[in-house]
Design a protein around this ligand. Structure first.
Ligand SMILES: NC(=O)c1ccc[n+]([C@@H]2O[C@H](COP(=O)([O-])OP(=O)(O)OC[C@H]3O[C@@H](n4cnc5c(N)ncnc54)[C@H](OP(=O)(O)O)[C@@H]3O)[C@@H](O)[C@H]2O)c1
Length: 251
């Protein structure tokens, strides 16, 4: 199936590592003009080089800390100045934020700023260009809504689900879709280096929690992103889909 992504301009946040890196690589292989956004220049430049060498369009690299108030507007301006359009936004930057019951305001605000506010602001900054062309795809990488402890990321991502549903309805008649993908356990920096740093820990977690019995790879998320970003998925909007080997229990 040709996803017809050639020539589409796709902004991927958190493209320097993990799931975002996998998403950017797959979209680029499908022919999209990627825009790689994150804080670590060397990792982004390395990915841009790999993509260019694979004969996909050379990515635009934009360094940004998306917790900065002005960052989403600056990213949007740079993209529009360079390409004059944006077709696809993948809001992927973020990460787990376990918080104690009495965590202070600064910790809560940091957790919400990267996992919710930046997502909303990136969409608000890029939507005018999508609306002008009456075509757009917004895919938000969210997470579990089944917490076993307080985690600021869960709270933020629950907000993203509800916000995305409302936004999907608001722009539905304008050729723009808005969807969320919730990963289960996908190999990435935060999973392999911080949350489950040993093979033994990964195997024990998978045996207890994942019906398929193993952690997924970034490409498992990326292929669904590519499909949702395509014209073929024009009738799918306002949805939250899980890519988790059967991990989540909600039906
Ligand atoms: N992997 C999983 O199993 C899993 C499960 C549930 C949800 N998720 C969600 O999936 C997304 C990707 O997670 P991951 O596991 O791939 O994480 P990761 O390996 O830690 O990568 C996170 C990415 O986000 C970027 N990022 C983080 N903070 C940023 C900031 N303030 N400004 C700009 N970029 C920032 C990082 O780049 P820099 O450090 O270079 O800025 C990096 O590229 C996150 O939203 C996460 O919550 C993942």
């Amino acid at each position: 199936m040709d996803l017809q992504l050639r020539g589409r301009v796709a902004v991927v946040t958190g493209a320097s590592a993990g799931i975002g890196r996998g998403i950017a690589s797959v979209l680029a292989l499908e022919g999209a003009q990627t825009v790689l956004v994150a804080r670590r220049a060397s990792l982004l430049e390395q990915l841009a080089e790999e993509i260019a060498q694979s004969k996909s369009p050379t990515p635009l690299v934009i360094l940004a800390d998306l917790r900065d108030r002005e960052a989403p507007r600056r990213v949007a301006e740079e993209v529009l100045m360079k390409f004059g359009r944006t077709d696809i936004l993948v809001n992927n930057a973020g990460g787990s934020r376990p918080l104690s019951i009495d965590a202070n305001d600064d910790l809560w605000e940091e957790a919400l700023s990267v996992n919710f506010t930046a997502v909303r602001k990136m969409a608000q900054a890029l939507l005018p260009a999508m609306r002008a062309r009456r075509w757009g795809r917004i895919v938000n990488i969210t997470g579990s809504l089944e917490p076993r402890t307080v985690n600021g990321a869960n709270v933020a991502k629950a907000g993203v689900h509800v916000w995305a549903k409302g936004l999907a309805c608001d722009v539905a008649k304008e050729g723009i879709t808005v969807n969320c993908i919730g990963p289960g356990r996908i190999h990435s920096e935060q999973i392999d280096e911080r949350m489950h740093p040993t093979p033994e820990n990964q195997a024990a977690f998978a045996a207890l929690n994942i019906p398929m019995g193993y952690f997924g790879d970034p490409e498992d998320i990326a292929y669904l992103v590519a499909y949702l970003s395509s014209e073929k998925a024009r009738y799918i909007t306002g949805q939250s889909l899980y890519v988790d080997g059967g991990m989540h229990r909600a039906i």
